[in-house]
Design a binder for this molecule. Structure first.
Ligand code: THU
Length: 134
């Protein structure tokens, strides 16, 4: 799958963001080993700390459908109702969740402003020396 396609899917996912408190809309698209794409958006709550990030929404959807092999995730974010102007990097909690399932050297993270302006990392770049019990 082309990086650009995964970014397009993340931009589509972002349209579903529920972010009335921060007005910061995030979308994610997760490519799994089976070739499927799982979409995620941030979902906020009046009890602020309950908010779920776009990345974890996508990952939890995938795991709950039986998928545990992750290839890549694209992430886009920015002010609601406007195109992204900066890169949105996964928060620490989402990086830890990624590390539960993604290979540190192979799982790719694409942070994008648009389909043509993006950066790619592998998990160990964003979460070195990660915590694991397995
Ligand atoms: N957020 C994400 O969904 N993903 C990130 O990588 C960073 C932050 C969300 C959480 C909250 O709804 C909003 O962005 C502002 O922090």
């Amino acid at each position: 799958m082309k990086d650009q396609l995964l970014i397009e899917e993340a931009l589509l996912a972002r349209e579903q963001s529920y972010c009335p408190y921060s007005n910061f809309a995030v979308g994610a698209a997760l490519l799994t080993g089976s070739g499927k794409i799982y979409h995620g958006c941030n979902i906020e709550n009046a009890s602020y700390s309950v908010a779920n990030c776009a990345e974890r929404t996508a990952i939890f959807k995938a795991v709950s459908e039986g998928e545990k092999e992750f290839i890549a995730i694209a992430v886009v974010g920015g002010q609601k109702d406007a195109p992204p102007v900066d890169y949105t990097y996964p928060c620490g909690v989402c990086r830890q969740v990624m590390s539960e399932f993604g290979n540190p050297e192979e799982f790719r993270i694409l942070v994008a402003k648009s389909v043509s302006e993006y950066k790619t990392y592998v998990l160990k770049d964003l979460l070195p020396e990660s915590f694991s019990l397995l």
